[in-house]
Design a protein around this ligand. Structure first.
Ligand SMILES: NC(=O)c1ccc[n+]([C@@H]2O[C@H](COP(=O)([O-])OP(=O)(O)OC[C@H]3O[C@@H](n4cnc5c(N)ncnc54)[C@H](O)[C@@H]3O)[C@@H](O)[C@H]2O)c1
Length: 342
């Protein structure tokens, strides 16, 4: 079993425990928050709970309200321990509810998707979708404890597993050469979810995110590099209408492809690096073309990106492995980049 990790995020501190047994996941917890798919993963739990409907459409005020009213009904104090057990939807919402209850109660997160283990549950960004905008309302509130049981991933549907792999690949491109080698050399074992390899993959990917969060908790600088592929990817998700035709991870990989293309157009990304990353993404079955999409519609979705700077969309681009920068680009170049990806 892997050693525990402890790290700070601004004024907060998080410890990550790798469990040897999933029944340890809710030790000391007073209120557990699940979704309908994650509740059965901890069938032995018999304490107080709220079970949200599974899926992104649950990320709403109504579901936050259900958690807060349950906490009040149980008369939890500030020292009450609230836990979220699930993918990024549950961990984002549980963390948001915990940040609000009594201005912040103790939060334990038990991520059950690969994406939540290596990304969503780590680093304190919480939130819900609001008036059609993803993650528009939220707070920064890192968990006091993350409890990780890689065995949960054996139940995960294939597309959700691959969606998490997209974030792992992105973490590797940000400069973790051991993680990159693992992805290249152990592809079959990773896709077959062999436990030892999966554990190593999760650990290395977590450590990449921990580094960014420790150095730049409030995303004033380099934490934004974690958004590689996301500006383009969010535009694709918005145009596809969050209808399940593109998972978040699939859209991010398409977005990484577009970011590389824009980088090449701007003379920033070497073609050899572009080809190398594209072939890694393709080897994991990700697609770099979104046929039947309209470049104009993608451009207008992109301009609604909430991470604008002085009214301009800023793109995270790469000049090579582990080397990122943020830049703006004119509409003609962005439109040509989008047209090249449909
Ligand atoms: N806070 C952050 O920094 C951050 C970062 C990335 C993504 N996110 C958020 O994460 C969300 C996406 O997370 P996700 O991809 O984990 O989606 P998700 O939470 O919807 O989980 C995907 C599906 O898998 C099911 N599931 C979860 N664990 C399972 C398991 N072990 N076995 C079987 N089924 C299981 C869920 O019920 C759901 O149907 C988005 O809302 C996104 O905004 C947040």
């Amino acid at each position: 079993m892997l050693d525990d990790v402890r790290f700070s995020a601004g004024e907060f501190s998080t410890s990550i425990r790798f469990l040897s047994d999933p029944t340890q996941a809710l030790e000391g917890v007073q209120l557990a928050l699940f979704d309908t798919n994650t509740r059965p993963l901890l069938g032995s739990w018999s304490g107080p709970e709220v079970v949200w409907p599974a899926g992104e459409s649950s990320k709403s005020w109504a579901q936050i309200d259900s958690a807060l009213s349950k906490a009040l009904e149980l008369e939890l104090g500030r020292d009450g321990v609230l836990a979220g057990v699930g993918g990024g939807v549950v961990t984002d919402m549980a963390a948001f509810a915990a940040s609000l209850y009594m201005r912040g109660c103790k939060l334990v997160l038990v991520p059950t998707t690969l994406l939540a283990m290596v990304d969503a549950a780590l680093g304190g960004k919480t939130g819900i979708d609001y008036n059609g905008y993803k993650n528009l309302v939220g707070s920064f509130y890192p968990a006091a404890e993350l409890r990780i049981w890689p065995g949960f991933l054996q139940n995960l549907p294939e597309r959700d597993f691959r969606s998490g792999l997209a974030e792992v690949i992105k973490h590797a491109l940000l400069g973790e050469s051991d993680l990159h080698s693992l992805l290249v050399n152990q592809r079959q074992a990773i896709l077959a979810r062999e436990p030892d390899v999966l554990e190593e993959l999760i650990y290395k990917a977590i450590m990449v995110k921990v580094g960014f969060v420790e150095r730049d908790f409030r995303e004033k600088g380099e934490r934004a590099f974690l958004n590689l592929g996301h500006t383009f990817g969010h535009a694709l998700e918005a145009v596809a209408g969050f209808d399940g035709s593109w998972t978040h991870g699939e859209a991010v990989c398409w977005g990484i492809g577009r970011a590389l293309d824009l980088g090449v157009r701007l003379g920033l990304t070497p073609r050899g690096y572009q080809r190398e990353v594209e072939s890694l993404l393709l080897s994991y079955g990700f697609v770099l073309r979104a046929p039947h999409k309209d470049a104009g519609a993608l451009l207008s979705a992109l301009k609604h990106d909430k991470k604008k700077y002085n009214g301009h969309v800023r793109f995270v681009l790469q000049t090579g492995f582990g080397q990122c920068l943020q830049t703006t680009a004119d509409d003609a170049q962005v439109l040509a980049t989008l047209a090249g990806g449909i």
